[in-house]
Design a protein around this ligand. Sequence first.
Ligand code: C2E
Ligand code: MG
Ligand code: MG
Ligand code: MG
Length: 284
Amino acid sequence: AAKAAGRNTFRFYDEAMNRHAIQRLALESDLRRALGRNQLELFYQPQIRTIDNGLAGVEALMRWRHPERGLISPVEFIPVAEELGIISELGRWALQKASRQIVAWRQQGLPVPRVAVNLSPRQFDAPNLADRIEEIITAAGADKSWLELEITESTAMQQPERFIQILRQLRQRGLQVAMDDFGTGHSSLAMLCAMPLSVLKLDRSFVEQLPDSETDVAVAGAVVSLARQLRPAVVAEGVETLAQQRCLASLGCDMLQGYLYSRPLPAAEFETWVRNRLAERSST
Ligand code: C2E
Ligand code: MG
Ligand code: MG
Ligand code: MG
């Protein structure tokens, strides 16, 4: 009986693995077609200046609207796109879409100062990355100062010399670069000093426990004072509560991003959010 049960268990695992593999294959083939089928979207999340509560900019975050599965998170499909070798196409699309969007907003008179677009580590391997990025933005009719590129600290530290080289090329072309998820990678101070960054984005994991965790208050404060010396502005990610907002503002953090202000929204809803906020601010 034990032997039979063992065999059954084995077969169960076998089938489960099979099902998983089939689902994964389906996801892969769907993802290859997603771009051509117009299933990718950018959602937008505001970044708020602490000094005057004004809109400093917006981060573009990719979503996949799957016909059967609904909205799929980038956490699920970006790694698959990287493995499939199609992340550069997706990245190019996102930059083009975001550039066109900010041009449209400005034409409508919507005061969105800049839009940040995430870059994947795999996009770094492309030759002439800075030229290609510049071309896409210019072709969309956008000013380069309206765009910001976000690169995670761990990506930057995978090939720090290459990162610094690309960073210099981007800066020479008038582009701004933010280091995303700061605090989760392994930057050395020497590397950080050599990096002409515009923004450091303090990772959400350091914001979560504010203001109760003395350690995290110290870390957030240290990042702000480090940035003061090295010049980039600090954006805190994942701000959800008023207590976190107050704590980060008192530490001198320049900008805040998180559900407290808004979740990432589709373009049209983001526009409404901006207009409502403007109306509220002018009526008080
Ligand atoms: P990220 O660039 O660090 O983006 C911030 C993530 O935190 C977003 O998740 C955002 O929705 C979420 N978030 C914002 N505020 C809060 C908050 O108050 N609380 C909590 N719990 N979460 C908050 P999302 O949109 O699921 O994106 C996840 C990651 O996927 C991004 O992390 C980024 O690494 C990647 N990603 C998104 N869009 C793109 C893209 O166009 N290209 C590439 N290469 N990666 C992307
Ligand atoms: Mg980001
Ligand atoms: Mg981040
Ligand atoms: Mg993140």
